[in-house]
Design a protein around this ligand. Structure first.
Ligand SMILES: Cc1cc2nc3c(=O)[nH]c(=O)nc-3n(C[C@H](O)[C@H](O)[C@H](O)COP(=O)(O)OP(=O)(O)OC[C@H]3O[C@@H](n4cnc5c(N)ncnc54)[C@H](O)[C@@H]3O)c2cc1C
Length: 507
């Protein structure tokens, strides 16, 4: 670990006398820092801590270190409602986002509530005690050069558990088993494991994948690589958008930062919803528009039909956004190319494709996705009974049938993550205040309506989601069990909807 990343270990916690909190937040990423902010401002006086498995703040935005890592949605909606994004770029690079999160934690006095190196393993609810017992593994963070880190079990208790643990495993990304991988003489790396020691300058690079990570990596690597090939089994919709929002930058000059930010945020929300709905209503038209944009960028001779014309409809999977058309520029400059084919086998010198063609490579980047994980991989029990999350139904997109006093922060699939997280936090604070006012110690969503049918958690056709959907909770056919993926609807439900709605049972 580089010295600048070293953090002193928190004071040693005796495992027997488990410290008690009103609220325990799991995870110090974008969601966890947001949750802490809302909790501090809407429920002052609540004792809370954040348990974070890693040594640093930021989650995703600290973990991913591959060249060019950036947001793929705009920072006016990926930023918090309470903290204006004041940089000129709407599509921001990873380090700027990380700094934004670090500043939010620092300015809000949130840092001192974080216990780093605490990987939570189990949470057990006791109705008799109306509290969670949370078991974590505390990894002592030690200075470079010292002996290996040690791990010891620590225990906490809390009245309310707020899971802000993201949606994928931090252990490793998803990599399919490629035939002949062991034969390859060069280097193979998954973007989640990228480190500064990996060099690409002057090399022949093959990036396997066609999602957001692949389209981010390819133009960035192409700046110094000998050549970069994006190898995809099937195409994705790729749309070029300006990296800056001209209106936002103009408004900031004349208006107070919060007002300018608020206007831009709503403009972006409404524009995003308009495009999403247009895709749903008239997919053929949007398909033509997207293909037209690619053709304009790459010229009439480029085989857009083969490389940029997916089999599915726009927004059946996430659209890929390329700022200022950087991917297309790299292709046009012949620094990068796209190959649509299937891998037969890795060879000593690269990859042989099912078509018989060969791609030579010194470095292969497997941008093949994430390994999804529900609620930080926690084992959850309620009164001694192990909970299978796949058998629960999500309530308002933030709680789960049969699990008391626990919420999770899970963002939108068709808009920026933070829009939903902010609303989730508002709701959780309203819920906690309602319970305090009425003297309740337990809340539990229960589905007693037999006419509600089960549906998958998300209806995206993306492979990485479909692979793991069987592990996820279900959604129901109607409110409050349905996930609408719709910000204005969620404002009505979460900001203004009744807390005592007849479905949530209090005790
Ligand atoms: C490369 C990349 C780019 C992305 N770009 C966008 C974008 O542009 N727009 C968008 O809306 N979304 C984007 N996303 C999705 C992104 O993950 C979310 O926007 C957001 O950062 C998630 O924040 P989070 O705090 O919920 O989760 P994370 O960022 O994953 O943070 C979770 C934290 O919880 C900790 N944790 C997990 N489990 C445990 C446990 N058991 N015990 C203790 N700690 C635990 C982790 O260590 C981590 O610090 C992107 C994702 C990736 C990977």
């Amino acid at each position: 670990m580089p010295l600048e990343n070293f953090k002193a270990p928190p004071a040693k916690i005796p495992p027997v006398n488990a410290p008690h909190y009103d609220v325990l937040i799991i995870g110090a990423g974008l969601s966890g820092i947001g949750a802490a902010h809302h909790l501090q401002s809407r429920c002052p006086g609540r004792r809370y801590a954040i348990l974070e498995g890693r040594a640093r703040i930021g989650g995703t935005w600290d973990l991913f270190r591959y060249p060019g890592v950036r947001s793929d949605s705009d920072m006016y909606t990926l930023g918090y409602s309470f903290r204006p994004w004041d940089q000129p770029k709407a599509i921001a690079d990873g380090p700027s986002i990380l700094k934004y999160l670090q500043d939010a934690a620092k300015d809000g006095g949130i840092e001192r509530h974080i216990r780093f190196g605490h990987q939570v393993k189990r949470a057990s609810w006791s109705s008799a005690e109306t509290r969670w017992t949370v078991d974590a593994e505390w990894e002592h963070l030690i200075a470079p050069g010292a002996a290996a880190p040690t791990k010891e079990p620590v225990q906490f208790t809390c009245n309310f558990l707020f899971m802000c643990s993201g949606y994928y495993s931090y252990e490793s990304g998803y990599t399919p088993a490629f035939k002949g991988r062991e034969r390859f003489g060069g280097q193979v790396v998954h973007p989640q494991k990228w480190t500064d020691s990996i060099t690409h300058a002057g090399k022949r690079v093959v990036v396997i994948g066609s999602g957001a990570t692949a389209v981010t990596l390819v133009p960035e690597l192409a700046k110094t690589a000998l050549h970069v090939t994006m190898l995809q089994r099937s195409p994705t919709y790729v749309v070029a958008r300006p990296s800056e929002d001209a209106l936002a930058n103009r408004l900031r000059r004349y208006l107070r930062p919060k007002l300018a930010y608020g206007i831009t945020r709503w403009k972006r929300v409404l524009l995003g919803m308009y495009i999403f709905n247009l895709c749903r209503r008239n997919p053929a038209k949007v398909k033509r528009m997207i293909a037209g944009g690619v053709r304009m960028a790459l010229g009439p001779d480029y085989d857009v039909g083969r490389h940029f014309n997916p089999r599915y409809n726009p927004w059946d999977q996430r659209l890929c956004l390329v700022p200022d058309g950087d991917l297309f520029k790299a292709i046009k400059a012949q620094r990068a190319s796209v190959v649509t084919d299937e891998i037969d086998t890795f060879t000593e010198a690269g990859i042989r494709l099912k078509s018989g063609a060969e791609l030579s490579a010194d470095l292969i980047v497997t941008a093949t996705g994430l390994s999804l994980q529900v609620l930080g991989g926690l084992q959850i029990t309620v009164d001694g009974a192990r909970i299978d999350l796949a058998k629960t139904m999500n309530y308002k997109g933030l709680m789960y049938s049969g699990i008391p006093n626990m919420a999770s922060s899970f963002g939108y699939t068709n808009a920026s993550w933070t829009l939903k997280c902010d609303l989730t936090c508002e709701y959780v604070c309203r819920l906690l205040n309602y319970m305090a006012k009425h003297g309740y110690r337990q809340c539990i969503p229960r589905n007693t309506d037999a006419s509600i049918t089960e549906q998958p958690w998300v209806d995206f056709s993306s492979g990485y989601l479909q692979r793991s959907m069987h592990l996820f909770p279900k959604q129901g056919s109607r409110a409050p069990w349905k996930l609408y993926q719709n910000y204005p609807k969620d404002i009505m439900l979460l900001r203004f909807g009744k807390i005592a709605d007849g479905v949530m049972a209090f005790a």
